[in-house]
Design a protein around this ligand. Structure first.
Ligand SMILES: [Zn+2]
Length: 704
């Protein structure tokens, strides 16, 4: 039932047939504004008000419809709408490219920039970023032909990137194993692998080199020779990608040099929180010092587990009894983790999906003094794209602003055919200030693909899904509470090395025993039908308790520390490889960059496992899709945001996770500004110190 009608209408749902005409109309309006600026603004009188403000206004006023259109490619049940949305996004990208290609506009914006008008910080940031968009294409540095050459080279690199990732997507090679070799692999996993058609070969199974299949063999196959075969086969896949990756890195370096940067990393990092390769290098060094001792200890545990296992299972022989090989780690990690007796299936029974979402909203209500009121299906039905979608009106409960409308939160949680398979937060409406001083409030979607069908008949969340839900809802809360003047800087739209931090910080709440207990509710307690079914299946037994039992909880929270330093070391190895590829001077002079040798050197150093002999090494970097999917010189972002998150948590929340004053300060100083200010300054002022990589390790310890 509708409790309160929000003062702002829900964003209009745009039909499949309307998507392209609407996009074209909006982009034409944007185009008109640009042309009017070019035609009417004299260089001598160019100002923020007459040259920049019109761009901002049209961006603010068109964003919501374009946001709705872009969202539909993930979630619309209609093929026509999804296809039109993909095409519309292409038109939007072309429109953005057109803006920065215009030399006439660059001259005007440069003039405004040179005037150095006194501007508020958000306007100043807008102008600086706009200018950067131009100089990063060569304006002001290169002549027309050189700019064209730069853009042509960039397009060629983009085509090579597409080839690299297409090879990864299309890769289907693998190995045939006989069932004896696959001893240890669970039946339900074996059932997924293809069988040989000939009856006499029916004991053979085909395991693809793709991680989703090969990882199962590496984790479960008892025979070390099987695991080695699998590892080596996977390591040698995609040979064509090795040279391609090296060529892409070389060309990226050349293009960065055309613009006067020392490396591709210097070019990429300039617009991030990190700003320079030196910042990233310093982060790596500090992390290495902080993580290495614990990672070494963790590895000793795994190594002991191997010795113990071989001793107990003397039917097995391992040629490398005294070393840990790359094909050993997944197998012995699993055994060591099983020793901790974390019963994931049992845990999931206490986290039914819908109840857990409501419990999370309750937590945010309590900490941030918000109120989430569900809007009735009658009210929302013409504005939603599928019947599974629910919408909440969000209201402020803080004394100074009680009753103020905050925004709309949509949830679209279940997997369905043709819906994006993944979990994410998608913005529809960003917030901004209108010229009359009133504020447009945001609308944001928590979009997940959790399975509706489970053995219990009730969608349940395993603990790692609980973390994902909290993480994505964290982006959603950031999006709801942001209060910027311009849509450009709203919410989590800033660089990833900062924007991921609030969500990563929230993951901590999934490891706090008290919070987990408060959120938990056995699925038989949320629906009488489930209770009835459970009783039929468990004749004569009492229903499980409502809250998650202490022992289950204790084993779960204790497992957080398991291999955490090793996990971060692995991320560090990948991030170092990314930087070696994109920040090396070796692309210009001297011998060609050997990505395979560099990759193996780094893995040996950080993963603390033996590098295989040359005939078994392969070239696993050929499968490193991030490097060609927008994370070039950007893989460090996960670690960097992780450090920011750990420091914010430990400095402000670790001892009192629901402290309202801390949450209120966090809301005002980190969430509300979006990316309208310098992110590092914002963090330093919130923390009272420079973010400290040592905190990452501290964050590994179980919280109270
Ligand atoms: Zn995220």
């Amino acid at each position: 039932m509708l409790t309160r009608e929000p003062p702002q209408r829900l964003p209009r749902l745009i039909s499949a047939q309307e998507i392209i005409p609407t996009t074209k109309r909006l982009l034409a309006n944007i185009q008109n504004v640009r042309s009017t600026i070019a035609q009417t603004v004299e260089l001598s009188s160019a100002s923020f008000q007459n040259a920049i403000r019109p761009l901002i206004d049209i961006e603010n006023s068109t964003q919501c419809e374009l946001g709705m259109i872009a969202m539909l490619r993930y979630a619309s049940p209609e093929d026509e709408a999804r296809n039109a949305s993909v095409l519309a996004c292409q038109l939007m990208r072309e429109s953005s490219a057109e803006l920065v290609a215009r030399r006439d506009l660059y001259r005007i914006f440069k003039k405004v920039h040179d005037r150095q008008e006194a501007l508020d910080h958000e306007s100043a940031k807008y102008l600086n970023q706009l200018l950067k968009d131009y100089t990063r294409c060569g304006h002001g540095l290169l002549d027309n032909d050189q700019i064209q050459l730069y853009l042509d080279k960039r397009n060629a690199i983009d085509n090579m990137r597409s080839r690299f990732n297409k090879s990864i997507r299309d890769e289907n090679s693998g190995l045939w194993f006989c069932l004896e070799e696959l001893d240890g692999v669970p039946q339900h996993e074996l059932a997924r692998f293809a069988k040989q058609i000939e009856p006499q070969e029916a004991r053979l199974r085909f395991v693809r080199n793709r991680k989703v299949d090969s990882q199962v063999v590496l984790e479960y196959a008892r025979n070390p020779a099987t695991r080695k075969k699998m590892y080596v086969s996977s390591a040698y896949k995609l040979p064509e990608n090795v040279g391609l990756l090296e060529e892409i890195a070389k060309r990226r370096h050349e293009n960065a040099c055309r613009l006067g940067y020392a490396s591709h990393a210097a070019f990429r990092l300039e617009t991030k929180v990190a700003k320079t390769p030196e910042f990233v290098e310093e982060l790596f060094e500090k992390l290495e010092q902080a993580l290495f001792p614990q990672a070494y200890q963790e590895q000793q545990v795994i190594w002991e587990r191997k010795k113990c296992y071989l001793h107990d299972n003397n039917d097995l022989t391992d040629e490398d009894e005294d070393t840990l090989n790359p094909w050993d780690t997944a197998f012995y990690n699993r055994l060591a983790k099983e020793d901790m007796r974390v019963h994931q299936e049992k845990v999931s029974e206490y986290f039914p999906l819908r109840h857990t979402v409501l419990a999370m909203l309750e937590m945010f209500s309590s900490c941030l003094q918000l109120r989430f009121e569900p809007l009735s299906q009658d009210y929302v039905h013409s504005s939603i794209w599928h019947k599974d979608v629910e919408v909440w009106g969000v209201w402020d409960e803080r004394e100074a602003s009680i009753g103020e409308f905050v925004g709309h939160l949509y949830t679209d949680l279940l997997s369905r055919p043709n819906k994006h398979q993944g979990n994410q937060n998608v913005n529809i409406q960003r917030g901004y200030l209108k010229e009359d001083g009133t504020r447009v409030k945001p609308a944001t979607v928590l979009m997940c693909s959790f399975q509706a069908q489970t053995a219990t008949g009730c969608p349940l969340l395993k603990h790692d899904n609980l973390i994902i839900l909290f993480h994505e809802l964290g982006h959603g809360i950031h999006d709801l509470l942001s209060r910027t003047s311009y849509v450009r800087f709203h919410g989590w739209s800033g660089p990833a090395d900062f924007a991921e931090a609030p969500s990563i910080m929230l993951e901590n709440w999934c490891w706090i025993g008290d919070e987990l207990k408060r959120m938990s509710c056995h699925y038989t307690r949320v629906d009488l039908q489930h209770a009835q079914q459970w009783k039929e299946d468990h004749q004569g037994e009492h229903l499980p308790p409502k809250e998650i039992p202490d022992e289950l909880l204790h084993n779960l929270t204790r497992s957080r520390d398991f291999n955490r330093a090793s996990w971060y070391m692995r991320q560090l190895a990948f991030a170092r490889f990314d930087m070696a590829l994109h920040n090396g001077a070796s692309h210009q002079d001297g011998p060609a960059f050997d990505s395979t040798a560099t990759y193996h050197d780094l893995m040996e150093r950080y993963l603390l496992v033996k590098t295989p002999d040359p005939s078994s090494r392969g070239h696993p970097q050929a499968d490193f899709g991030h490097l060609c999917a927008g994370y070039d010189a950007g893989y460090y972002s996960y670690l960097c945001a992780g450090v920011f998150a750990a420091d914010m948590f430990q400095t402000n929340f670790a001892t009192a996770p629901r402290d309202r004053l801390a949450w209120d300060r966090y809301r005002r100083e980190i969430l509300e500004p979006g990316s309208s200010r310098d992110e590092l300054e914002m963090l330093e002022s919130f923390l009272g110190h420079r973010p400290n990589p040592q905190r990452l390790l501290g964050g590994l310890r179980s919280t109270p």
